[in-house]
Design a protein around this ligand. Structure first.
Ligand code: G1P
Length: 297
C-alpha cells in the first residue's frame, strides 16, 4: 500500500502582478473570496485530505500571510467578551496547531519546480502533496481527498487534470495520455505550456499534485525549461521516462482560475451564491444587472 501523505507544499512566492495595484502591499493569497483569503480554501482542502504539515514557499513581501496563521489573542479576547461565539468559531477554524506550518523562502523567482525544490529538506523521503492556491476547486468531496483516495490504490505520482479548450494549452502543463484507468489516466509524457499545434492532448494539469520524492531528486539538476524557468512538469516527466507511473486524475468539481481576474470574480460570485446569508440579495442584483445591462459608472 502507498505510504500516507501528510505533508503539503504551498508555493506562494509569486508577485501576483496580474492583481496590481492590490498586490503592491497585499499578498495575492490573502485576497478574499467572499470573506476568506484565497489560501484558506487550499488549507481547508488539505486538512480534509489528512494533511498535517503545511509548508509554505514564500518570498519577500509575504509577511501578511505568515501573520494570518498566528492566533490573534486580542481579537479572540474581544470576541469572547462580547459573546460573539459564531465569529470566534470562524476565527478558531483558521488557527493552526503549533509547529504545523513551516515557511521557506524562495530567494529567486526561478519557477514552480524550483519553489517546490526549496522545500526538499522538509519533505525528506516521503510522498507529498503540492497545492497551488490559485486553483480553487469547489466540489462535494475536496479534490485533494479524491486524489489521495485514488493514489492509495495506484501509488506513483498523481496530478489533477481536466480538459481545456485546445487553444488554451499554452497556459498549462499538458499530459500525453495512454491508457484510461477509470478516472485516472496513465501519462506517457508531460509538456509544460505547449503551443496548441504541439500539445499532445487537451488534458491540462491543474494545481494539485501527489508526488514521490524522486521528483525532488529530478529537480536537483536545476534544468531550465519553458519560459527559462525550472518547471515542476519537467521533473515529473522525467519520472515517467524513468519508469515511475504518473497518473492524471480527472477530479470531480468545478475549478476556478483565481490567478486571473475573470476567474477570481467568477469564484467570488459562485462562492457567494453558495452562502445562505448572501444568495438572495446577490441573485436579485445579478438578475437586475443582466436585465438592464447597467454596470457601475
Ligand atoms: C502552473 C504549472 C502548470 C499547471 C498550472 C495549473 O503554471 O506550471 O503546469 O498547468 O500551474 O494552474 P502557472 O499557472 O503557475 O503558470
Amino acid at each position: 500500500m502507498a505510504r500516507k501523505v501528510t505533508k503539503a507544499i504551498f508555493p506562494v512566492a509569486g508577485l501576483g502582478t496580474r492583481f496590481l495595484p492590490a498586490t503592491k502591499s497585499v499578498p495575492k493569497e490573502i485576497m478574499t473570496l467572499v470573506d476568506r483569503p484565497l489560501v484558506q480554501y487550499a488549507i481547508d482542502e488539505a486538512r480534509a485530505a489528512g494533511i498535517t504539515e503545511f509548508i509554505f514557499v514564500t518570498s519577500r513581501g509575504k509577511s501578511a500571510l505568515e501573520d494570518y496563521f498566528d492566533h490573534n489573542q486580542i481579537l479572540e479576547q474581544t470576541l469572547k467578551e462580547k459573546g460573539k461565539d459564531d465569529l470566534l468559531e470562524t476565527l478558531n477554524a483558521t488557527n493552526m496547531e503549533s509547529g504545523a506550518i513551516a515557511y521557506i523562502r524562495q530567494h529567486k523567482a526561478l519557477g514552480l519546480g524550483h519553489a517546490v525544490w526549496c522545500a526538499r529538506r522538509l519533505i525528506g523521503d516521503e510522498p507529498f502533496a503540492v497545492m497551488l492556491p490559485d486553483d480553487v476547486i469547489a466540489g462535494e468531496k475536496p479534490c485533494l481527498q479524491q486524489m489521495i483516495e485514488a493514489y492509495e490504490e495506484t501509488g506513483g505520482n498523481m496530478v489533477a487534470t481536466m480538459e481545456v479548450p485546445p487553444e488554451k494549452t499554452s497556459s498549462y502543463g499538458v499530459l500525453d495520455v495512454g491508457d484510461n484507468i477509470g478516472t485516472s489516466v496513465r501519462a506517457r509524457g508531460m509538456v509544460e505550456k505547449p503551443k496548441p499545434e504541439e500539445a499532445p492532448s487537451n488534458l491540462a494539469v491543474i494545481g494539485r499534485y501527489i508526488l514521490r520524492p524522486s521528483v525532488l531528486y529530478n529537480l536537483n539538476q536545476n534544468k531550465l525549461g519553458s519560459g527559462g524557468e525550472i518547471q515542476l512538469t519537467d521533473a515529473i516527466a522525467e519520472d515517467i521516462r524513468n519508469g515511475v507511473p504518473v497518473f492524471g486524475y480527472k477530479f470531480d468539481g468545478q475549478r476556478f482560475d483565481c490567478g486571473s481576474k475573470a476567474g477570481f470574480l467568477q469564484a467570488t460570485v459562485a462562492f457567494a451564491l453558495a452562502r445562505d446569508d448572501l444568495r438572495e440579495d446577490l441573485q436579485k442584483y445579478l438578475h437586475d444587472v443582466v436585465a438592464t445591462g447597467q454596470a457601475a459608472q
